[in-house]
Design a protein around this ligand. Structure first.
Ligand code: P5A
Length: 436
């Protein structure tokens, strides 16, 4: 992407309506545009970041054995009457009528719909276990949408739904998602801590929220320091094997949001191991047994021929919220600092003197070698503007091409996260960016 032609409306001033860093930076870096309260258009840079996040979520769901589908955003009220949630869900649900006066809604979640779809095909125990997920827009008419995409009304969620023959199978499915979530967030450079949680309108009696620590988080959290030090990615996971030791490690050490905080249990955590912080919920998993399958008449024939009602769970990740949460966890006073795996581009190539032959030649060559993972700042702007915008947009590397260096076959390579700079040849710059 050439910045001279890009649709990248960066802002110099801090937008007054934005209360938290990620919202300010997403607006200033031209990633999103609010179209109405809690509803955002994703502009090229934001859209690329969103897709990076989405792809990591997808890869880890697939690795854990879940299968991707795509369900509609619009659902019928009838479906929700079967589970009893149509009236219970309240004003957060956006209710719509079609031209035939049929009651419809914009889905806030898909337990009913997926159960109905699965019911049409699942006949016997051999059709279990299954885990189906999709990555689809949701609508919740939040009373107070705020913090940009972190609490929107329209937002992108990954939601998975597991169907199992019995309680033991359902616990296995729950553990598979538990571990997949640990990996998913770790791959994005985040430390997400599973914490016991309330189940709210989804229901059930077992649930964990995955919370990342950030000063502007909406909930107060309390946790054992060991949980911050565990390296989730150091070992590959065998999803068919026994995952209980991993889950056991995480659930045997204290971690709770203020809703579930227990002073007595907290007092038993050694003082030097106690961490209190603010947190952002990026994922939430639920086990709710036969709540939806029973209500919606999903039954299969068991190994002995008798009917069985499958046990279910559902597993959500706030994909659009994650873009904000990652920025909340990784920025400085100059702008965003993208972790490599989710950076919309790996590098910005800054041509400090467009029109100057040596600069143009070097910058174009580096850009061509790194495309499509780089942007080229070929705008007729002062160097200071280019430096500031590159820091603001936060790509992991900056390759700075100035007239003096270009004449001598040298460029400057800057690492955004550390500020480290090195003078290198254009080839070395390309090689170092690529090796990340
Ligand atoms: C689990 C999957 C569910 O809806 N049903 C299907 C279950 N869970 S949840 O906790 O209500 O939502 C899952 C995740 O979605 C994100 N999220 C939001 N993101 C942005 N704006 C919102 N208004 C919003 N509401 C929920 C959160 O990350 C949450 O963990």
């Amino acid at each position: 992407m050439r910045l001279s032609r890009a649709f990248l409306p960066t802002l110099k001033e801090t937008p007054a309506e934005a209360q938290v860093a990620s919202h300010r930076l997403m607006l200033r870096a031209g990633m999103i545009r609010q179209t109405s309260a809690g509803i955002y258009a994703w502009l090229p840079l934001g859209w690329r970041a969103l897709r990076k996040v989405e792809q990591i979520v997808r890869e880890e769901q697939d690795a854990a054995g879940a299968q991707e589908i795509l369900m509609p955003t619009i659902q019928t009220a009838d479906l929700w009457r079967q589970s009893g949630r149509y009236d219970a869900y309240g004003p957060e649900m956006l209710r719509i009528r079609d031209r035939h006066e049929r009651e419809m809604l914009y889905g806030p979640t898909n337990e009913e719909m997926v159960t109905d779809i699965f019911k049409a095909y699942a006949k016997s125990y051999r059709d279990l276990p299954r885990n189906l997920y999709h990555i689809q827009w949701k609508f919740r008419d939040e009373i107070r949408p705020r913090f940009g995409v972190m609490r929107g009304r329209e937002f992108l969620m990954k939601d998975a739904y597991s169907f199992d023959l019995d309680h033991e199978g359902a616990q296995r499915s729950y553990r598979q998602m538990f571990v997949a979530y640990l990996r998913t967030f770790a791959r994005m450079g985040l430390k997400a801590i599973p914490m016991q949680a309330d189940t709210g309108p989804i229901g059930g009696n077992l649930s964990h929220e995955f919370i990342i620590l950030a000063e502007t988080g909406e909930s107060q959290v309390f946790l054992h320091r060991d949980l911050l030090e565990f390296d989730v990615l150091s070992r590959p996971v065998d999803y068919q094997g026994d995952l209980s030791p991993i889950v056991e490690f995480w659930t045997s050490r204290y971690a709770a949001t203020d809703e579930k905080h227990d002073e007595a249990a907290w007092a038993e955590v050694p003082e030097e191991k106690r961490v209190t912080a603010r947190g952002i919920e990026v994922g939430h998993i639920f086990y709710f047994g036969t709540k939806y399958s029973a209500a919606m008449g999903l039954h299969v024939s068991g190994p002995d021929g008798k009917p069985v009602t499958p046990e279910m769970g559902s597993y959500g990740i706030g994909v659009s919220r994650l873009v904000g949460a990652i920025i909340e966890a990784s920025h400085d006073e100059h702008g965003i600092i993208w972790p490599d795996p989710v950076a919309p581009f790996a590098a910005a190539v800054l041509n400090l003197k467009p029109g100057e032959a040596a600069c143009d030649a070097a910058a174009e060559r580096i850009y061509a070698a790194l495309a499509p993972q780089a942007v080229l700042d070929d705008r007729e702007e002062r160097a200071g503007v280019k430096f500031a915008d590159a820091d603001l947009m936060g790509f992991p590397w900056q390759v700075i091409v100035g007239p003096r260096g270009a004449a001598a076959g040298r460029v400057e390579l800057k690492r955004r996260a550390t500020g480290e700079r090195a003078e290198v040849s254009p080839e070395d710059a390309v090689a170092r960016v690529r090796s990340h």
